[in-house]
Design a binder for this molecule. Structure first.
Ligand SMILES: C[S@@+](CC[C@H](N)C(=O)[O-])C[C@H]1O[C@@H](n2cnc3c(N)ncnc32)[C@H](O)[C@@H]1O
Length: 259
């Protein structure tokens, strides 16, 4: 798949994705990933930041609210436009651009830090994006990003439930297979009435192994600084049962790398 094909698919997903996410149905983002990402983020007050693959801008706004001056890019012009629209009711001074993280339109050393939330695994060439992040972040700055955990989001994957219907384990296979395909789904936490009449998202899926990711970080020139595998604690799983399965095994991987 090319960057252009991936961008077209995401551009088609953008309006419904934004509506459902803003209605609270991206529960993995809201209950697990964003809180963990923000907890791991160093103090960014007064820093120049870049968000790669910003989607509708939710996480860009959360980081801007911590005092960072944010620029954000997304390959999808519709996502960039939807994110920009959110500036009117809640201005954060964020600059949104439609651009690829694989070829950033910024000079070297423009930013103090870069971030990417659940986007780099969706790129056809994430190694190029890591090299670009290294180029546009100044020496001593950092890149922090989250991805689907490569060990437990394999090309074959099945959540197995116990007799009571509760998540028990995850079957994984084809870990070493090089796979790219288009998956179709909608946020599973959205009730049937919210999904009625909607065409499923068409989401490009690329699989790389854990060693692939770690070597790509090293080859881009970064030093790995911090790693987290966030999951719901008991209280979170009780309050939002849709994320209880994140307690079974690691669904997400968060990494911070120093330039
Ligand atoms: C799963 S969404 C995550 C969006 C957002 N960061 C979040 O956490 O909700 C992945 C995003 O990556 C974007 N994307 C895919 N390929 C890209 C590329 N080459 N450059 C920039 N963004 C890209 C998609 O358009 C989409 O908005």
């Amino acid at each position: 798949m090319t960057d252009t094909e991936v961008g077209r698919l995401w551009d088609e997903n953008a309006p419904v994705w934004t509506r459902l996410a803003r209605a609270g149905y991206d529960v993995d983002r809201d209950w697990i990933n964003t809180p963990a990402f923000l907890a791991m983020l160093p103090d960014v007050a007064g820093l120049e930041g870049l968000d790669l693959g910003c989607g509708e801008g939710h996480n860009t706004r959360r980081v801007a609210a911590r005092g960072a001056r944010m620029t954000a890019v997304d390959i999808s012009p519709r996502f960039a436009a939807l994110a920009r629209q959110a500036e009117a009711p809640e201005p954060h001074g964020i600059r949104y651009l439609a651009a690829s993280a694989q070829a950033l339109p910024f000079p070297a050393g423009t930013f103090d830090f870069a971030m990417a939330t659940m986007s780099l695994m969706d790129l056809p060439q994430p190694a190029a994006a890591l090299r670009e992040a290294h180029r546009v972040v100044r020496p001593g700055g950092f890149l922090q990003f989250s991805i689907l955990h490569p060990c437990f989001n394999t090309p074959y994957r099945r959540l197995v439930r116990n007799a009571e219907g509760n998540p028990r384990c995850v079957e994984v296979a084809d870990y070493f297979a090089s796979v790219e395909r288009v998956d179709e789904w909608l946020f599973s936490a959205a009730p049937p009435e919210a999904k009625q009449g909607l065409r499923p998202f068409r989401v490009p899926y690329f699989h790389r192994t854990l060693s692939w990711w770690l070597n790509a970080i090293i080859e881009a020139g970064f030093t790995l600084e911090r790693v987290e595998e966030p999951y719901a604690d008991e209280e979170t799983a009780r309050r939002c049962p849709a994320v209880a399965d994140t307690r079974v095994t690691a669904y997400f991987l968060h990494l911070r790398c120093r330039r």
